[in-house]
Design a binder for this molecule. Structure first.
Ligand code: ATP
Ligand code: MG
Length: 454
């Protein structure tokens, strides 16, 4: 306590962090961590203040602290406290206890959600596990230092008290941030075994933050990769979605490849990264996604997964057609095959699968450029997504750019100009406008439109 007090007064850190049992944190004052209170969510501060005034400990924790120290804008704010879920709920007007196994409290302020968790205890040694060592249930409450020990990476295990403007750092997270190092807490093999999703999280954070993975954290990854197969599909899906929507999806996929994680990790990734034809398409799709997220725009998971699996669909579509099936039924058969093959491992939600199928099913309809067909397609509720997808197919070299250009023109024109386009033969179009190459990252139209918000 005295040491902590002195450090608090000085607002500095001792030269060498004390790893020992990690029950006492290093304490960093405002000069050391550099967090500007204006960057902290006022709702998160309301939650910590309310809890503290009621006599509890309360801190902003996890990704938000890491991002604030790094000068990034946090995605969301989580709070950790020694109050039990019931005690938390009583203090707020709109608070809901969710989760059966490990209860957390959602405190709502309008649309804004602050997730409040009670410090978890360090009982994972005794916790029930599956035959591969994956922890099935582990729901005891505990001390703050135990809570810190159960978090995944040192940089994710820091606690920020907005009132004192102090960071409590139990595992050398501040130093790792300074050195741009991603380091798992505890014995890496044990931590991956307890929860193999952490293998994906390493990759996501390393790619997203541009951090180097500490050698001991990195060494077991490739060997332990098959453990992912024992994780419930819904959790893998959630983590994959976070990875793909991180704004650094391309970097993440490259990192997965570098770590040897794409093999056998997920059928999806095997498919994505191993097919030369599809690689360009996927690269363009992800670059486009990253760009949209970087600009603060939304991205639809359906579009993303439709892109990732398109070349698998294409291959099967061609096979069914070669076997004599008509194009449209052939495409539906191909979509069925691909979706059936993925859902077992990936738990694609029905809504997402429906979006994917819509986007795919629209593709042959873009080829019909006469009569009423193009007008009917204009009314399709997912037209934007289908059209963006068409542009990606053009940009990747799968189909002639002329088709995408024609649709861009058709969508941007009005009555008479549309009729002219309908009467134009496809080859006239391509020779008439060969140099009108628009920059294709999947978009030949104004930047603030998109498939995703629909
Ligand atoms: P992001 O900015 O991407 O949301 P995050 O660090 O906030 O990153 P979350 O998945 O929101 O990531 O998790 C919040 C915190 O919960 C993490 O910072 C970490 O401390 C802890 N955590 C999450 N998942 C795990 C896990 N699988 N094992 C251990 N700790 C975890
Ligand atoms: Mg988070």
């Amino acid at each position: 306590m005295i040491k902590k007090f002195i450090r608090r007064i000085l607002g500095t850190t001792p030269k060498t962090p004390k790893p020992a049992e990690n029950t006492e944190p290093l304490v960093f004052g405002p000069e050391a961590h550099g967090i500007d209170l204006d960057d902290v969510s006022s709702n998160a501060i309301r939650v910590t203040e309310t809890l503290q005034r009621a006599g509890f400990e309360a801190f902003i924790v996890g990704g938000a602290v890491r991002d604030l120290v790094l000068g990034h804008k946090p995605k969301d704010f989580d709070v950790a406290t020694d109050a039990t879920p019931d005690e938390v709920k009583r203090l707020f007007r709109r608070a809901f206890i969710i989760g059966r196994r490990f209860q957390i409290v959602h405190v709502m302020f309008g649309q804004d959600l602050i997730e409040v968790t009670t410090f978890r205890g360090s009982s994972s040694k005794e916790a029930p596990k599956d035959e591969h060592g994956r922890v099935l249930r582990d729901n005891t409450f505990g001390e703050q230092h135990e809570d810190a020990e159960r978090r995944d990476f040192t940089i994710n295990a820091m606690y920020y008290d907005p009132d004192r403007e102090e960071i409590l750092d139990y595992h050398g997270g501040m130093q790792d941030i300074r050195n741009r190092t991603l380091r798992i807490i505890g014995v890496p093999e044990e931590r991956y075994r307890e929860d193999p999703v952490r293998l994906l999280r390493v990759v996501r954070f390393a790619a997203k933050l541009g951090f180097t993975i500490a050698p001991a954290t990195r060494a077991p990854i490739a060997v332990m990769a098959p453990l992912i197969n024992n994780v419930p599909a819904a959790r893998v899906f959630d983590e994959m979605l976070k990875l793909l929507m991180s704004g650094h999806a391309l970097a993440c996929l490259k990192q997965l490849r570098k770590e040897g994680l794409h093999h056998g990790l997920l059928p999806l990734l095997d498919v994505v990264l191993e097919q030369p034809l599809g690689e360009r398409f996927v690269t363009l799709a992800l670059a486009n996604t990253d760009e949209r997220i970087g600009q603060g725009k939304s991205v639809s998971p359906g579009f993303l997964f439709a892109s990732l699996l398109w070349h698998q669909v294409l291959e099967k579509w061609n096979a069914y057609r070669a076997a004599g099936e008509y194009p449209i039924p052939a495409l539906h058969l191909a979509a069925d095959d691909v979706l059936d093959g993925q859902t077992e491992k990936l738990a694609l939600q029905r809504r997402i699968a429906t979006d994917m199928r819509d986007i795919w099913a629209m593709q042959p309809r873009f080829e019909r450029r006469t009569g009423k067909a193009p007008y009917k397609l204009l009314e399709h509720p997912r037209l934007r997504a289908g059209y963006d997808f068409l542009l990606l197919r053009c940009a990747s070299g799968e189909i002639d750019e002329e088709l995408g250009d024609w649709w861009t023109d058709f969508m941007e024109s009005d009555g008479p100009a549309r009729e002219t386009l309908l009467n134009r033969k496809p080859d006239e179009g391509s020779s008439a406008a060969p140099k009108r190459r628009r920059r294709r990252g999947g978009s030949g139209r104004s930047k603030n439109e998109g498939h995703s918000g629909e």
